[in-house]
Design a protein. Structure first.
Length: 237
């Protein structure tokens, strides 16, 4: 009887020691993982921040809060505080609750009142794309896109109003290559198209407005006039 009680007691002690060992290991593992992720302060929208609100006003009105997040999960251009160099800048679009405040969201008041916030040193160029070339409608303002171009034939066309397949004369060699990468989309709209009878209809043609420098703007305009530009959606980070 005593031997049985001793065996049961040893089993209980081993179970306790085993559980304690597992908990200690897990806690140490968590500590090591957290030690490898430095926490940083970031500004987060506490409530909806309407477009045109200055950073200083958003802070004064309690629309911003400070959160600590692992540095590895925070974009490089995230703001940690409202400093003097950004306090007078305004949001170029509504900032949704829970959204990080990043530097590109803030523009001068003059840029915001122009109806389209164009980054400093850039120009806005609008190019017409058929639905497949505009990633089936999944491109939105703020998206990053790559621009490809198909060239080589003097008789390429996308058919009037994007109603048919691309075509070119047989025997003419064509090629597609990447022209621009990580281009920011400023705006997305739709254009009316004219059919062969002369009447207008809309819905199948997308107008994508891109922010580019003047050199890339010239390339885009040339592509839109003579070639077949095609967009690809890129990851935001």
């Amino acid at each position: 009887m005593k031997r049985r009680a001793l065996t049961i007691g040893l089993a209980v002690l081993l179970a306790i020691f085993g559980t304690t060992g597992v908990l200690v290991y897990v806690n140490h593992a968590n500590a090591r993982a957290l030690a490898g992720q430095q926490a940083v302060n970031v500004l987060v929208a506490k409530s909806l921040i309407p477009a045109g609100t200055s950073a200083a006003a958003a802070q004064d009105q309690g629309l911003l809060t400070v959160e600590r997040l692992p540095a590895s999960s925070v974009p490089a251009d995230a703001l940690a505080s409202v400093t003097s160099d950004v306090s007078a800048l305004v949001t170029d679009a509504d900032v949704q609750p829970g959204q990080l405040l990043v530097r590109p969201m803030l523009v001068t008041a003059a840029q915001a009142t122009n109806g389209l916030a164009v980054p400093q040193g850039m120009v806005a160029v609008s190019i017409q794309f058929c639905l497949p070339e505009a990633v089936a409608g999944y491109i939105h303002p703020g998206s990053l896109v790559a621009v490809f171009d198909t060239t080589g034939s003097a008789n390429m066309n996308a058919q009037p109003g994007c109603s048919g397949q691309h075509a070119w004369q047989s025997g003419n060699s064509v090629s597609t290559k990447l022209m621009l990468s990580k281009v920011t989309v400023l705006a997305v709209g739709q254009a009316s198209t004219t059919n062969q009878s002369g009447s207008t209809s809309g819905g199948s043609v997308n107008l994508i407005t891109l922010a580019v420098n003047t050199h890339d703007a010239a390339q885009l305009i040339l592509m839109s006039e003579h070639d077949m530009p095609y967009l690809a959606l890129m990851a935001s980070s």
